[in-house]
Design a binder for this molecule. Structure first.
Ligand code: C2O
Ligand code: CU
Ligand code: CU
Length: 541
């Protein structure tokens, strides 16, 4: 047996710079027994031969079952994304029980206490935000709490969420896009009794048949390092990359058996949307959506494709029980219209012109909306496995339409900036105040001459009530008269709005934190966010 060794060098060094800070201390970390190769092959362009990095007991995306307090740091690291190239990125590091973790996956039981100390070993401010978690403003890590280089921050909160695939990433003022892009991001998995029942019913094993997939488009330089270099146009509209990584693996391959697999898919990209589909021999396959941002749906929903925008998660079951050894299934993003209509001239009747390619919006050879192969799945083993998809996954209370006035939010670009109700972010202004315990309906309306905006709310999850005015590529995905697609079902924290769409969401501002709490509502296109497509809302306690 060949023992795979993966070496990771971590250093305190310039963030995003090319050179390491002189005399920086280096850590040389060794993790053994990983199921993946040390760095993907660089030479075989186009060939999907690189073993998908899957979570193991240590190393990159290693799983930590959180029991006690954690110590984590954010720092520059060396990581061979491409074989034979040193690679550079930013990563969260945890040392625990004699093991080293890089961007660890935290696994926590619902109701447990979570406490962590974040050390900022970057050379600029940062703060960790727990995306999707119901926490108070201090633990949510509003940019007002960001810590300076060399400083630390203490988190302590009860995990109030139901089971689900949440995640964490930086949120410092105007630096979120760059730091998340350069590598700072991972999963925060919450479990409860419903989740354990599903694992048992399908005999799921995390990292084996229950696999988190974070999809990110990056640009790698000739040293195999991540490079974040948006031009002025990309700074405003969004930075897309030409190198597709799944779990930091370019052109990944996964060997499967004839059974049911669960993929927990996170769009961890700054600005790129994916039109996800599984396909065999060019034919789209049916898969089952079982969960969205905030955990399990009531029952599985069959789909052939789903849009996933930055920040959103979707969990799917892929049924390979009747596949044959030798079959290959691809996870793809199908081609779609990226709908960057913001720069186009309106036509006589106010309808936006058909778009014709996006100057500046695509990485070379991989424009926004282009068809992409993401993951090659080779069926390699026959397995006796006869478990069916469970009929009932969870019980959800019906979405509660609020009784008061509908609060309206207009998403549009004026004076060259993306805005929410005409505003851009001001750290100490809260344009919206809600009362603790209030049930509200928010109506989000995206202008016709706009671009897609994945809108994300901190501190609370919501339900999507209706989606109106959908473009031709979204409309056929509607499952009901309200226009909702599978990815709109269940509990959400991020919802995609195409140009011309109006989406209504139901929010319940109940929580148990006392006093006023200030949270964020923003677009999760991270360039839009950093440039100010974000507002505070205050929950009056
Ligand atoms: Cu995932 Cu405010 O963000
Ligand atoms: Cu968030
Ligand atoms: Cu946006």
């Amino acid at each position: 047996m060949n023992e795979t060794r993966r070496n990771i060098l971590l250093a305190s060094a310039a963030v995003g710079g090319v050179a390491l800070a002189g005399g920086a201390a280096w850590w040389y970390l060794r993790t053994t027994g990983e199921q993946h190769a040390p760095g993907a092959a660089a030479g075989d362009a186009g060939l999907f031969v690189n073993p998908l990095l899957v979570p193991g007991a240590s190393g990159p995306l290693g799983v930590i079952d959180v029991k006690g307090p954690l110590a984590m740091s954010a720092r520059a690291a060396q990581f061979p994304i491409l074989k034979g190239k040193p690679g550079r990125l930013l990563a969260y590091q945890v040392e625990q029980g004699g093991k080293s973790f890089v961007n660890p996956i935290f696994r926590v039981q619902s109701g447990a206490q979570f406490s962590a100390r974040l050390e900022n070993a970057l050379d600029e401010p940062t703060i960790v935000h727990w995306h999707g978690l119901k926490v108070d403003a201090r633990n949510d890590a509003h940019p007002q709490f960001q810590v300076a280089a060399g400083a630390a921050y203490e988190y302590r909160f009860p995990v109030a969420n139901r089971a689900g695939t949440y995640w964490y990433h930086p949120h410092p003022h105007r630096l979120t896009a760059k730091q998340a892009y350069l590598g700072l991001a991972s999963f925060f998995i919450v479990e409860d009794h419903e989740e354990r029942a599903l694992q048992k019913a399908l005999d799921l094993g995390f990292g084996a048949s229950d696999i988190p997939l974070v999809i990110q488009d990056k640009n790698l330089d000739s040293y195999g390092a991540l490079s974040y270099a948006p031009d002025d146009e990309q700074k405003v509209n969004g930075y897309v990359g030409g190198d597709l990584l799944v779990n930091l693996t370019p052109r990944p391959r996964f060997e499967a058996a004839t059974r049911i697999y669960r993929f927990r898919i996170l769009n961890g990209s700054n600005a790129r949307i994916y039109r996800l589909a599984f396909a065999k021999g060019g034919e789209p396959l049916e898969c089952h959506v079982i969960a969205t941002d905030g955990g399990l749906l009531e029952s599985a929903v069959k789909v052939r494709e789903a849009f996933l925008s930055p920040g959103e998660r979707v969990e799917v079951l892929l049924d390979l029980r009747s596949a044959r050894v030798g079959d290959t299934v691809w996870l793809k993003s199908l081609a779609f219209d990226p709908m960057h209509l913001e720069m186009e001239m309106p036509m006589e009747h106010g309808a936006p012109a058909g778009h014709a390619g996006m100057a500046g919006m695509g990485a070379p050879g991989l424009a926004d909306g282009a068809a992409i192969d993401l993951l090659r799945i080779d069926v390699a083993r026959k397995l006796a496995y006869d478990r069916p998809v469970p009929a009932v996954l969870s019980r959800l209370a019906p979405a509660q339409p609020g009784t008061g006035e509908v609060r309206k939010f207009a998403l549009e670009r004026t004076e060259d900036r993306w805005r929410i109700n005409g505003r851009t972010f001001e750290t100490d202004e809260a344009p919206v105040t809600v009362h603790r315990g209030a049930a509200e309906v928010w109506e989000l309306r995206n202008a016709a001459r706009s671009m897609p905006h994945p809108m994300h709310l901190h501190g609370f999850n919501f339900r999507v009530l209706e989606r109106r005015g959908s473009p031709a590529q979204q409309e056929p995905l509607a499952l009901n008269a309200q226009g909702l697609a599978a990815t709109d079902l269940g509990w959400k924290d991020t919802v995609l709005l195409w140009p011309g769409e109006t989406v209504r969401i139901a929010l319940d501002f109940s929580h148990s934190w006392s006093g006023d709490q200030t949270f964020l509502f923003h677009c999760h296109n991270l360039e839009h966010e950093d440039e100010g497509m974000m507002i505070n809302f205050k929950v009056q306690g």
